[in-house]
Ligand binder design. Structure first.
Ligand SMILES: [Zn+2]
Length: 107
């Protein structure tokens, strides 16, 4: 199935602890149907210093953990509203995404 959400999209979180938050999609994990959204689902990890390897320093690091793609809604780049996404095939064969709200199409 084609991706409803791509890297660089703005999305609204609709479920979970960060419900209502908006952010940019930083990564899409297609196999797991998960996305990483900037500023959303921040987790802390206590990391030991590792003398070998990549010179890791110890301490508490914070990073965005992936969330399920069904917990986000695309914010349409045209109408700026959270929307469901459809797909349309152009006459030249290109597949575009379509905002179900304003019907605008985009890559
Ligand atoms: Zn729209």
């Amino acid at each position: 199935m084609a991706a409803k959400v791509k890297r660089g999209d703005r999305v609204l979180v609709i479920a979970g602890d960060d419900r209502g938050a908006q952010g940019e999609v930083l990564r899409v994990l297609r196999k797991e149907n998960r996305v990483v959204v900037s500023g959303v689902n921040i987790v802390k990890k206590h990391q030991r210093p590792r003398p070998t390897g990549r010179g890791q320093v110890g301490g508490i690091i914070e990073f965005e953990a992936p969330i399920h793609i069904s917990n986000v809604m695309l914010i349409c780049p045209k109408c700026n509203q959270p929307t469901r996404v459809g797909f349309v095939i152009e006459p030249d064969g290109r597949k575009l995404r379509q905002c179900k709200r304003c019907q605008a199409t985009f890559v």
